[in-house]
Every structure is written in structure tokens, then in C-alpha cells.
Design a protein. Structure first.
Length: 316
């Protein structure tokens, strides 16, 4: 007696019902008088015998799927999202903000706690959220404020914008990002409201962080007024390749050797590593080493960047 899954006519009929007529496997099982698992085996047999050929037509001009998977496997990342290069860096940043917004909408779940850093790219995410899932999301800053000159990239402002876009809730951190010394920082940490936000940060399951670089010409750190060129030269001489939440790290993601980090009021990088999903966003060739350091130090596990950066990172 011939086995059902060896019946070529039945295999072809099953495949036609499924792929050409778009019937469900349950519907096919009733039509053919076989079990649902048998339908699944018939479909698998049809693919293995070459009766069915599945071709994916990518309508997008740029296809980065293969490179994204290569980087994910090489560096053990949850996900890599690549956007097009452009001679205008602002256009790249907008593409990254949009892709980050789409990723965020895809992964968020009810009552998620989402920490946010600062930066020109991150501030654009909220405008691409609509329509937003109503999931009672909770947003909060990962770092204190960066002064009065760039309020649009202030972490508290970004948190409020994202909360409004998602129709969620938010908490604010009323403290400076950087103070003169560790003693002053400890004084701030004695304030219950500040301490509670930083403790709340340890409960986050998602973080969105900008990846900064001490060699970037349009650095948020520089424009915020916290640093000048001489400061950056010192950081580079100490081996700094990047920063996340104004905390510096070297090419391997080590941050312990940078005394400056002790002056930053925010969730520290060791606690950041414990967050389930950390989305790092970065654009521009000057960010390549900063991205590498963040990946090697397990500071991020999701990367959104432009093609040239992604290609260079894969080839390292």
C-alpha cells in the first residue's frame, strides 16, 4: 500500500490548494480527508521534491537583509537594522529614527518600562510612532539633563514626546547630567526623587540609547556645552572611542578606567547591560569604532545604523 505522503498527485493537489487557492491547512485536511499533520508533511514534501518554488520579491530598492543577518550572527545581536547611506547626515538620522520607531512598535508589550537617553537622532523617533499601540508603556530618562541650550534633545523632553506619541506614562529625572565631582553627585543621589528614578531604571526591559563619539564633529556632547576640544583630546588619549549616556568606554566596551563617568548622574553602563533589549542608534563614519566598542562590551544588543557603518563593522 502506497504511503499518502508518497502520492505525487496528492502532494501536487495539496500544494495547489495551499499556495494557489490560499486555503488553510485545516480546510485542506477536510477536503482531502487527511489529518492536519499529514497536510503539513505533504506541503513539506512538495517543497523538498521541487514541486513548489518560493521566490521572495523584495520591493525595496535596497536589500540589506543578508548583511543584517551576517552581523547578527557574527556579534550575537538580537537584531540589526540598516538604512540607506546619504550625503546629508540629517536624512540618515531621520531614516534611523523612523526605523527605530517601527522596531519599537513591533516589540513593545503591555506595561513595558522603556529608558531613553538623549541625542539628535533619538529625538526624532516620536514623530514616526503614529499609529501607536495602546499598551500603557512607561518612559523615563536614563540620564540627567544637558543644560538649557538644547532643550529639544533633553532626555526629559524626549521622554515626554515618546509618552505622548504612545499615549503612555512617564517619569522625569530632575538633575544635571554631569556634575563637577563624585561628591556632588552623591549629594544629588541623596534626593529621594532622583534615587527612585535611577532605581526604576534597573527595572527597565527596553532602552534606547544614542552612541556618541569623541571624534564626531557634530557631537551632542560638544553642542551641549559640557565639553570642549581639549576635553575630547584627553578622552581620546585615554582610549575612549565612544560614549553612551555620557559615559565613556574603549574599543572593547570597558568603561571602568574613565574617572569622568563617576560624575555622570544616570543609569550606569553595568546596569544598562542587564536590560533585556538595548537599542543603539548611530549614524556617520566617525561612529564605527564607537559602535564596535558598544557591541563588544555588550552595551547594546540591537543596532540601527546606516549601510557604510554596517559594512565596516562586519568587515572588522
Amino acid at each position: 500500500m502506497i504511503k499518502i505522503v508518497d502520492n505525487k498527485n496528492l502532494i501536487i493537489k495539496c500544494c495547489k490548494l495551499y499556495y494557489e487557492e490560499s486555503l488553510t491547512q485545516n480546510e485542506i485536511s477536510e477536503i482531502l480527508g487527511v489529518s492536519r499533520p499529514t497536510v503539513s508533511r505533504l506541503l513539506m514534501e512538495g517543497r523538498e521534491l521541487g514541486y513548489v518554488k518560493i521566490e521572495i520579491i523584495n520591493p525595496i530598492e535596497s536589500n540589506y537583509g543578508a548583511l543584517e543577518r551576517d552581523i547578527e550572527r557574527k556579534y550575537n545581536l538580537r537584531e540589526v537594522i540598516i538604512v540607506d547611506d546619504d550625503s546629508d547626515e540629517d536624512i540618515i538620522k531621520r531614516q534611523i529614527a523612523k526605523s527605530t520607531a517601527e522596531y519599537l512598535k513591533r516589540i513593545v508589550r503591555f506595561n513595558d518600562k522603556i529608558g531613553v537617553s538623549m541625542g539628535t537622532t533619538i529625538k526624532g523617533i516620536s514623530q514616526y510612532i503614529d499609529p501607536a499601540p495602546k499598551l500603557k508603556l512607561n518612559f523615563f530618562p536614563l540620564i540627567g539633563g544637558i543644560g538649557q541650550s538644547r532643550m529639544e534633545i533633553h532626555p526629559n523632553q524626549i521622554v515626554m514626546d515618546l509618552s505622548r506619541a504612545f499615549k503612555g506614562e512617564f517619569k522625569l529625572l530632575h538633575a544635571p547630567a554631569v556634575v563637577s565631582n563624585a561628591s556632588i553627585k552623591n549629594d544629588f543621589l541623596r534626593e529621594k526623587s532622583i534615587r527612585e528614578i535611577l532605581e526604576y531604571g534597573k527595572q527597565a526591559n527596553i532602552a534606547i540609547v544614542g552612541i556618541g563619539s569623541p571624534i564626531a564633529e557634530k557631537s551632542t556632547m560638544m553642542s551641549s556645552g559640557y565639553f570642549n576640544n581639549d576635553d575630547m583630546k584627553i578622552f581620546k588619549s585615554q582610549g575612549a572611542v565612544g560614549d553612551i549616556c555620557l559615559q565613556f568606554y574603549d574599543i572593547n566596551g570597558n568603561s571602568d578606567k574613565f574617572d569622568f563617568n563617576e560624575r555622570v548622574i544616570g543609569v550606569n553602563l553595568n546596569d544598562l547591560k542587564k536590560i533585556k533589549i538595548v537599542i543603539g542608534v548611530a549614524a556617520g563614519v566617525e561612529k564605527i569604532e564607537a559602535i564596535l566598542g558598544a557591541i563588544r562590551g555588550n552595551l547594546i544588543n540591537v543596532l540601527v545604523t546606516n549601510y557604510s557603518n554596517a559594512k565596516a563593522i562586519y568587515e572588522k
